[in-house]
Design a protein around this ligand. Structure first.
Ligand SMILES: O=C(O)CCC(=O)C(=O)O
Length: 339
């Protein structure tokens, strides 16, 4: 069973109004994850064509064109704007992140300084994205049928104020995650408008998903770095990189070890995308994270502690597992070890 402390903490982190009907914490000892004799990055369940599966196995990402309709993306955009303007109730679990260089200069409340909203698991209008059948159909090729939404974001890369702070340094998402196996975790990232080099599209290093977690930290950028934008230390820009230019609704699925980031937004408009990290409900939380993840844990802990303090709660300890357990939501299939 999930221990009592974890359940209580999780309830605090989740907030009062956040339980979904029919989804309750379940027995964490019940399901074991099958060991993978050889690493297979995709599941042979008939979703991907052999060419798509081969491409992902080799490169660690896969783009599916026009997967999400512009009408649905428009609804997420409207919801994002209402949240930014404070015209929609903001659940206590939602985090609004602001650009380090623009935040102080913004006088009018709105989206101008907002780089992203994180953890929208308690905003049903946005969680709609994580439950889209057309999206989950592909997610299932990586996670299997029992699917948890682990981490949700709407990224709003603002026009760069001249500091290059709109860049996102090259990193690996697994650095932040205390659950495994990595092969049963996948990110979906959907372009909410045309993304190209000028507005700071995603940049990936094909094949880098076959590596391990590399040491991360804040890059020494003159114009400042946004909160939690850790990058790979000693990153060598000589590695062959690929700019993923995409049309509205195009969606890239990528492995959590894939090295990726995004460039400066040199346009006058915002570059929006919506994304979710999914994991199999049959993944497991690690008892101990890898040493290389310690810097992520301390910063995530600090942020979660601040959220809890606002609610008058001061837990003696808070681990990566506590934090991620509280954010996880089942979006398809049966509950498993992750609930
Ligand atoms: O959308 C972007 O600019 C990059 C987002 C990203 O890589 C992340 O948040 O981990």
């Amino acid at each position: 069973m999930a221990d009592e402390r974890l359940k209580v903490l999780s309830q605090h982190l989740r907030g009062a109004a956040t339980q979904y009907p029919g989804i309750s914490p379940c027995d964490t000892s019940a399901v074991a994850v099958a060991a993978h004799p050889a690493i297979n990055y995709t599941l042979n369940n008939g979703v991907l064509t052999p060419e798509q599966a081969d491409f992902y196995e080799k490169n660690g990402y896969l783009v599916i064109e026009k997967l999400v309709s512009p009408e649905k993306l428009e609804k997420y955009r409207e919801c994002f704007e209402l949240l930014c303007k404070g015209e929609m109730p903001k659940p206590p679990t939602l985090t609004i992140m602001r650009d380090v260089a623009i935040a102080k200069a913004e006088f009018v409340p709105g989206q101008k300084a907002v780089t992203k909203i994180q953890n929208f698991q308690d905003v049903p209008e946005m969680m709609h994205y994580c439950r889209l059948p057309e999206l989950l159909k592909y997610v299932e090729a990586f996670t299997g049928p029992n699917i948890m939404a682990m981490h949700t974001m709407l990224i709003n890369k603002p026009p760069d104020p001249g500091t290059k702070s709109s860049r996102h340094p090259m990193h690996q998402d697994l650095y932040y995650f205390p659950f495994r196996p990595a092969e049963r975790v996948v990110c979906s990232w959907t372009a909410m408008e045309k993304v190209h080099r000028q507005n700071g599209c995603l940049v990936v290093i094909p094949g880098s998903h076959k590596g391990k977690i590399l040491p991360h930290g804040y890059p020494q950028w003159e114009g400042g770095v946004n909160k939690l934008y850790h990058g790979i230390l000693d990153y060598s820009p000589d590695k062959p990189r690929l700019h993923l230019e995409m049309e509205t609704g195009d969606t890239v699925f990528f492995h959590p070890l894939l090295i990726h980031g995004s460039g400066t937004n040199r346009t006058t408009g915002f570059r929006k995308s919506i994304s979710c990290h999914f994991a199999s409900a049959d993944c497991y939380y690690m008892d101990k994270i890898e040493d290389v993840q310690n810097s992520a844990e301390s910063e995530l802990e600090e942020m979660a502690r601040m959220t809890l303090k606002k609610r008058g709660i001061d837990p003696p300890t808070l681990s990566m597992k506590d934090i991620w357990y509280s954010k996880a939501r089942l979006v398809h299939g049966q509950p498993g070890t992750m609930c």
